[in-house]
Design a protein around this ligand. Structure first.
Ligand SMILES: [Zn+2]
Length: 447
């Protein structure tokens, strides 16, 4: 393959230096994280997707110009409806949203960003792909923000450690909140109207969100699996409209790279911690379904935040599966004091060099993108000492074995990433046929 000549030394690093408008890719971070954590809404809360004039005559529109009426938070996320997210931001307040974004490592926000448009990623300066990756990785890492790094240590010729990488770590929200967010973020991938359905990886849970900015200047795909967090941005340094057959080139890049690096990995589900309640919900009211409800789905709640029974339909309560997952093997104690054992030194990262002049790819993906693209794998995400690899042989609830720790997801730049989940004894392979990295099942656009 031909990737062009290297003609610049220490050129613009688009992953770490380009602050870009995020569009809807910020919705999970700016809206869902504070909203779920502060218990302002749940995935089943109903918002009205209709023409609305907010303060200061702010009248955001949906991408297709239409409105869906009363929908759940989950449905609003699925096809990235704008109005409900602005309504949610109104309740959260932009000021509080910014405080969460900053706790998740986003440093480029300004006073100007303290407006409702923050919900839709209309920003003064924008955010770098690296900071977006570190923020998404906070969800993937069960609520713990870990400052990104490109190396773990520097060793001299005699094997003496000259310096270690010291990464700041802090707990931003609980693993229960993280789990609810993960289950919500699967909706754009798994939902009928999802904007990121082409990002699915057979046998592996995928959480993902698209982003598109005005005039199609920027395209994003931010997401993660139980193994890796990755963010892809596509655009021009000087804004130009992206024309790519109505597809999201950042999303295609993300899907191809992520499928490739997960090739051969065991099936994996997001680990469900204790104190999560699942319930069948009436989609019309966002309340617990009764037998008379015709339109229902399963939602995940922080224990105690589940709604009452449907007030619009009749019948007995449908779901008796609402359960507190408190069996012994499922109990994980939360860590709100930020004193989890994170063992930062467990990983050996031998190749800190992930900065090319025009490509920023921190996995060992070799230059799959052109100079206007940057994909930034959040290298520190998967180390996720708290991230666990699923075990298909475990009995129920998609609960994974917490003893299977991903020891070394960060690869030497010249090696194949095929040894990532080193902690587990299980070697069940995913279906090779299912791991077709060539086909993208569908392309839908988040505009
Ligand atoms: Zn109902």
């Amino acid at each position: 393959m031909d990737f062009g000549e290297k003609d610049t030394f220490r050129g613009l690093n688009r992953a770490t230096q380009s602050q870009r408008q995020t569009g809807s890719a910020i919705k999970p971070l700016a809206v869902l994280v504070p909203g779920i954590n502060e218990k302002i809404f749940t995935g089943a809360t109903i918002y009205n997707d209709e023409k609305t004039t907010f303060e200061k005559d702010y009248e955001p529109k949906n991408s297709d110009g239409g409105y869906l009426g009363e929908i759940t938070v989950r449905r609003a996320l699925e096809s990235s409806q704008n109005i409900p997210f602005v309504e949610m931001m109104e309740q959260i307040t932009p000021k509080k949203a910014i405080s969460y974004l900053e706790k998740m490592g986003i440093t480029s926000l300004t006073d100007e960003d303290e407006s409702l448009a923050l919900a839709l990623g209309g920003l003064q300066n924008g955010v770098t792909p690296l900071e977006m990756a570190s923020a998404y990785a906070t969800i993937a890492n069960d609520g713990i923000y870990i400052e990104p790094t490109f190396y773990s240590s520097i060793v001299d010729s005699r094997g003496r450690t000259v310096m270690n990488s010291e990464q700041e770590r802090r707990t931003v929200f609980s693993e229960q909140v993280a789990y609810v967010l993960k289950k919500l973020l699967q909706q754009p991938v798994d939902g009928t109207y999802g904007t990121a359905t082409y990002c699915a990886i057979p046998g592996i849970d995928v959480a993902a969100k698209t982003g598109t900015t005005d005039e199609n200047y920027d395209k994003w795909l931010c997401g993660f699996t139980p193994y890796y967090t990755a963010v892809a941005w596509f655009g021009f340094d000087q804004n130009e409209t992206i024309k790519y057959n109505n597809q999201n080139p950042a999303g295609i890049m993300w899907a191809n790279v992520m499928r490739s690096i997960h090739d051969g990995f065991s099936g994996a589900r997001f680990y469900q911690p204790s104190r999560i309640v699942t319930a069948e919900i009436c989609e019309d009211t966002g309340e617990i379904a009764r037998t008379g409800c015709t339109n229902t789905y399963i939602e995940y709640f922080l224990s105690g935040t589940e709604p009452d029974e449907c007030t619009k339909h009749t019948g007995s309560k449908v779901n008796t599966n609402i359960r507190e997952d408190d069996t012994e093997e499922n109990i994980i104690y939360t860590d709100d004091n930020n004193d989890l054992e994170l063992n930062p030194d467990d990983e050996e990262v031998t190749n800190p060099n992930v900065q090319n002049d025009n490509e920023e790819i921190s996995e060992n993906i070799e230059n799959e993108n052109t100079q206007n693209e940057a994909i930034q794998n959040e290298i520190d995400a998967p180390p996720a000492q708290n991230n666990t690899v699923a075990n298909d042989t475990l009995p129920e609830n998609d609960v994974v074995d917490e003893n299977e720790i991903i020891d070394n997801p960060v690869s030497d730049g010249n090696e194949e990433i095929n040894n990532t989940p080193t902690g587990g004894g299980q070697t069940e392979e995913t279906d090779e046929e299912a791991n077709n990295t060539e086909t993208l099942e569908s392309e839908e656009q988040d505009v």
